[in-house]
Design a binder for this molecule. Sequence first.
Ligand code: GLN
Length: 291
Amino acid sequence: MQFVSYLDAVKMGEETLEKAGIVDAKLDAKYLFESMPGHDKNFLLLYGRRQMDADQLKEYEALLEKRASHIPLQHILGYTEFMGLRFNVNEHVLCPRQDTETLVELAQKCLKPGMRVLDMCTGSGCILISLLALGCKGVCEPGSFIGVASDVSEEALAVAKENAKQNHVDIQFLQGDLFASLTQLPAEERRFDLIVSNPPYIPTAGVWALMPEVRDHEPKIALDGDGDGLKFYRLICEQAPGYLKTGGKLIVEIGYDQAEAVCALFTEYGFLDVVCHKDLAGNDRVVEGHL
Ligand code: GLN
């Protein structure tokens, strides 16, 4: 058999992924290599010039083939990192994105012990789980407020429940279409201090223009915000006031070009001090307001 070192294999991996048009070919080839049993972060540095055995090479090639066919890296690995925490993902939830960390960091600043927080359209659960697991340094201990998460998808809730368990946080999960799920709560528990949401916000016609990783492998139900992408903001802005305490806050993630429209909806439905915040890439990403 031809001598193939671990380093050769990773180089070949990079080339395979580059040829397939994978954006982060180099990184992904490395992550896939490191995901194999026994390959930690130092493995290549220590043993890179040794021969990779044929079975391992086959296994690595199988991973590369999946990635080359544009299956998202996170789906192949089965998990991703968000806010420094680990979240399981599959085809039923949106993969947590760095953009959404902007929302979490803003929400952290509003946390106070004992408050009630609702995550509407929770998906993988990454927003509320991060808030509960991390709290807000010096102000709100992890786990010292009450978290409720709602999603229309049973399959997404199964993933979110698993993620809550793995990150050792307690959340009350509700299944249902937006605020309709809250009828499962006693009337006195239907008011919140903070509602956070990353709803589907891609205009239907735009879904087809997304990267194949997103378009073909992430759940349409978590992406498609209807004709103009604003359907869920309309519903949330209209209904959230009925579920917020006086002074309660609403914080939502938005698409880069939706700031004006979403701020207008917040104002139309009575929210005050409406502000849009940018993400790390400098794009408009989060709108907040309070009653
Ligand atoms: N930001 C995501 C994307 O660009 C969409 C997230 C959403 O619709 N909530 O793919």
